[in-house]
Design a protein around this ligand. Structure first.
Ligand SMILES: *Cc1c(COP(=O)(O)O)cnc(C)c1O
Length: 376
């Protein structure tokens, strides 16, 4: 057996090589490296896939979160509610705008934002009266959409915007609704390790709101007006390269097959591991794209034993995420302390993620499970 990889991008390239090589050669021959025709073609294909009206590709998943906050004029004095158990970019963009992230605890089974704790945090900010509650950023963690059936009415009733951080969520669903179509606006990432990744940095914003769409088009090109040298607002230089768009088109065509493979792999993992670790919980009616496959150990010591055993057997595993955001150094001035968000803190001490991708083999899964079922 060849060495097991966490995310085997080489296996994917081998499967799609002909189409990807052709796509790259076409861009180089056409020499339209910025805003070439493949960018618009991809945006159309992403709208068709997700069911959103508008898609604006951009330079990264982080920019895809930042651009809509800029469009909505989020700034100093605003409170934005963000889960603490996620990647830093989800709250970093709030801070970058000068607003204040207010951290919310997670659900102990799905690890997504806890709607009840969200309601408590909204009430607390209102009662304190120092910050203006503006919006919610909900994250589709590990490929599972956050519970938007609860979150959408909460946002509406409280006059808050709802931004879906679908950087890990592309391909997930609730009923017939696709990830990247929830809330007012959604952001995804094409970072190579994500379920739909390119060969560098990339991202996309999705919305049904025409006004927002027009603002996003301006903001991603230096706040342009009628053209690039007509500057009417402060924006970013945040376009998706034509090369990356061209690479993403054949990868998008292969996405459903890879997604089905990941879901099959997740079932095989769960079948063998469910008596040893807490395996992912997918609520009724929800579909995960399983960009990551995350287990929860009974305590930190068992996680250490499991990861040590995997390492000794040559199997990579990663902790997403070892420290919740409210306890990160950058947020020390906000005054959070250990115990404030107990579920997020416990998850950080007990979760670990296994190799997962669209080309993982049964032999690899059986080998990994063989190692893990031997862990006390
Ligand atoms: C990866 C990720 C981002 C940032 O995406 P980049 O493309 O790396 O900028 C934001 N939020 C979450 C939850 C992520 O996993």
């Amino acid at each position: 057996m060849k060495p097991i990889q966490f995310n085997d991008l080489g296996a994917q390239y081998a499967a799609l090589k002909e189409d990807i090589d052709k796509a790259i050669a076409n861009v180089i021959a056409g020499a339209h490296f910025i805003s070439g025709p493949q960018v618009e073609e991809l945006e159309k294909a992403l709208c068709d896939y997700t069911g959103r009206k508008y898609c604006v590709t951009c330079a990264s998943g982080t920019d895809a979160l930042h651009l809509p906050l800029m469009a909505m004029g989020v700034g100093p004095g605003d409170a934005v509610f963000v889960p603490a158990f996620t990647f830093y970019a989800s709250s970093e963009v709030v801070s970058l705008c000068g607003a204040t992230p207010v951290f919310v605890d997670s659900l102990p089974d799905t690890y997504d934002i806890d709607p009840d704790d969200l309601l408590k945090k909204i009430a607390a900010v209102k009662a304190e009266g120092k910050l203006n509650p503006r919006g919610i950023i909900a994250v589709d963690l590990f490929g599972l959409p956050a519970d938007f059936t609860c979150l959408e009415p909460i946002a509406k009733e409280n006059g808050l915007f709802l931004l879906e951080d679908a950087a890990q969520g592309f391909g997930g669903k609730i009923g017939a609704r696709h990830a990247c179509s929830f809330g007012d606006v959604s952001a995804t990432s094409f970072f190579p390790a994500k379920a739909l990744g390119c060969y560098g940095d990339g991202g996309a914003v999705f919305t049904d709101d025409e006004e927002m769409y027009k603002l996003l088009l301006s903001l991603r090109v230096h706040g342009k007006g009628s053209m690039k040298y007509d500057n009417i607002r402060v924006g970013l230089n945040s376009r998706l390269d034509t090369l990356q768009a061209a690479i993403l088109l054949p990868k998008l065509s292969a996405f459903d097959v890879e997604n089905a493979h990941r879901n099959g792999a997740a079932e095989k993992y769960a079948f063998q591991l469910k008596d040893h670790f807490a395996v992912p919980v997918i609520p009724e009616g929800f579909h995960s794209s399983f960009g990551y496959y995350t287990l929860r150990a009974k305590d930190e010591a068992q996680r250490t034993r499991a990861m040590d055993a995997l390492k000794a057997a040559g199997v990579p595993s990663i902790i997403y995420y070892p420290r919740p955001l409210h306890l990160q150094k950058v947020y020390a001035p906000l005054g959070y302390k250990e115990g404030d968000l107990p579920v997020a803190e416990t998850l950080s001490k007990t979760v670990f993620s296994l190799p997962m991708h669209g080309y993982i083999t049964d032999e690899e899964i059986d080998y990994i499970c063989g190692v893990l079922t031997g862990v006390e």
